[in-house]
Design a protein around this ligand. Structure first.
Ligand code: SF4
Ligand code: SF4
Length: 253
């Protein structure tokens, strides 16, 4: 039995150079687009389903596998791989990625990993980078020198990062850090609100939900928001339904 060596993950500074390039010219082209545990963020899912012209329920049914994890408060939404021998990504073909302009953040960022850390006083976010060197990836043998900062810009990660930063107060919410376990209904609400925001729109428009003022959304303006603005509002609204919030949505200190 062959044992796969562990991938190497090394911290790297935002402006530190490394050799890397990727594209049809590398011998391992598309080798990484298979057998992935690729977690889709709500923004990834929205970009992909717009690209594919699907409503969110159809997108989730065709392309997502939703799984709870023991160390996560909420289920994760994975991109389903094909059930063929190579477990290929459903979007990979001989010419590369069929959804390239809307590929998920993880595909764009690879081999760079970007993490965000809230400063202890929770006043601002700190960016941390790592470089993931996997055995099959021959891009590191290419002569092009680049930095994590430049790589992220070249891969047009800015809107993805904006949404990741918007998600941070939710995912790193104080009650989650204290070990709060949402009920199955709250977990379902998380999936429904963030991965199917059109239902959030319907519920606000119909008066079933009255989001607090800080979300910037109400039943009168909800029809004017595009899906991305709606998702940002939904990300702000969801934690206001969790324990410890006052009726105006503020955290009860
Ligand atoms: S979405 Fe595109 S880049 Fe990402 S794994 Fe699939 S084919 Fe590869
Ligand atoms: S394995 Fe590395 S170099 Fe090869 S296609 Fe994937 S990211 Fe690019």
């Amino acid at each position: 039995m062959s044992v796969k060596p562990p991938e190497k993950v090394q911290p790297i500074q935002a402006t530190e150079k490394f050799s890397f390039d990727c594209g049809p010219e590398v011998p391992c082209f598309t080798e990484c687009c298979r057998a992935l545990e690729l977690v889709l963020t709500p923004y990834d899912a929205l970009r992909l389903r717009h690209r594919l012209g699907l409503d969110s329920a159809t997108f989730l049914e065709r392309y997502a596998a939703i799984e709870g994890q023991p160390d996560e408060a909420f289920p994760l939404v994975y991109l389903s791989m094909l059930e063929d021998e190579r477990q290929r990504c459903p979007f990979v073909g001989a010419d590369g990625c069929a959804v390239y302009e809307d590929r998920p953040a993880a595909c764009r960022a690879y081999p760079v990993g970007r993490g965000l850390r809230m400063t202890p006083c929770r006043s601002h976010l700190q960016e941390l980078f790592v470089l993931v060197r996997e055995e099959h990836c021959q891009g590191f043998a290419e002569p092009r020198e680049i930095t994590p900062e430049k790589w992220m810009a070249d891969q047009e990660l800015e809107p993805y990062n904006t949404f990741s930063e918007a998600m941070l107060p939710l995912l790193r919410h104080p009650i989650i850090l204290q070990g709060w376990q949402p009920t199955p209904e709250q977990q379902q609400e998380y999936l429904h609100t963030l991965y199917q925001p059109e239902y959030f729109r319907q519920r606000v428009a119909g008066g079933e939900i009255s989001p607090p003022a800080q979300t910037g959304i109400d039943r009168h303006n909800v029809a004017e928001l595009d899906d991305y603005q709606l998702l940002l509002a939904a990300i702000k609204w969801l934690p206001t339904t969790w324990p410890g919030h006052k009726s105006d949505g503020r955290l009860d200190k």
